[in-house]
Design a binder for this molecule. Sequence first.
Ligand SMILES: Nc1ncnc2c1ncn2[C@@H]1O[C@H](COP(=O)(O)OP(=O)(O)OP(=O)(O)O)[C@@H](O)[C@H]1O
Length: 254
Amino acid sequence: MTAGLIEGSHLSKVYATATGPLVALSDVSFDVNEGEFISLVGPSGCGKSTLLSILGGLENQTEGVLLLSDKEHDGPRAEIGMMFQTSVLFPWRTIRQNVELPGIILGLDRKQQAEEADRLLDMVGLNGFGDRYPGELSGGMRQRVALARLLAHDPKVLLMDEPFGALDEFTRETMNVELLRIWEKTSKTVIFVTHNIGEAVFLSDRIFVMTPRPGRLEGIVDVDLPRPRKPEVMRDPRYSELVFDIRRMLGVDH
Ligand SMILES: Nc1ncnc2c1ncn2[C@@H]1O[C@H](COP(=O)(O)OP(=O)(O)OP(=O)(O)O)[C@@H](O)[C@H]1O
């Protein structure tokens, strides 16, 4: 693991709204190492998506400095990919064509992209679905397609904003296991937003716990559970302890 792929120093974000300035993020500092799996947890409205948008270059911070590989980062870049809770797949394109799209937009070789799409569909468990259309798939399968598309142009950093939040619990757990398997294989750096503390503990190396608005970093929790992780790790007393500690930091247990 190399240190300091992403470094945020004193990041703040103030939105101008009809009722005046709204401080969404206040003085947030952190670093993320290459290959790390980080989760952001915190109450609704604490600025998780705002922070992710800044990391993705979709929004600019009002104050502070953000570095990616030691260079100032202030716009979208091919080495960063984003995935959201509901993924927009183009309904008139086949699954393979949806997955190929980022590579085609970036001007990569079409034949290679088609082969790559099939390899990625295989990786996310959708072997043989390349010629189907999004409307023929379940919500979980559509998020698998979105995951394959996210990986298609081989970004170094994956920013995931509650990617499985709209799925039922069983599908969500399956997707988490798949995500870990893919992460272990590809050694991407992942920053993952979730409301689900158990999910964050299961997946992460470290968890950034945020306070209610204006969002600050309440603390960073090291998840010292062994890897590779399987769902059985949830039986480990250390897993429950970590979940409980984070709940307490968030003020969920009184
Ligand atoms: N474009 C915007 N303009 C004005 N205010 C915004 C904008 N985007 C977000 N906000 C406000 O900033 C605050 C933080 O929002 P954000 O979506 O980052 O929180 P969050 O932690 O991701 O919330 P949730 O968990 O509910 O998704 C909220 O009060 C929100 O209303």
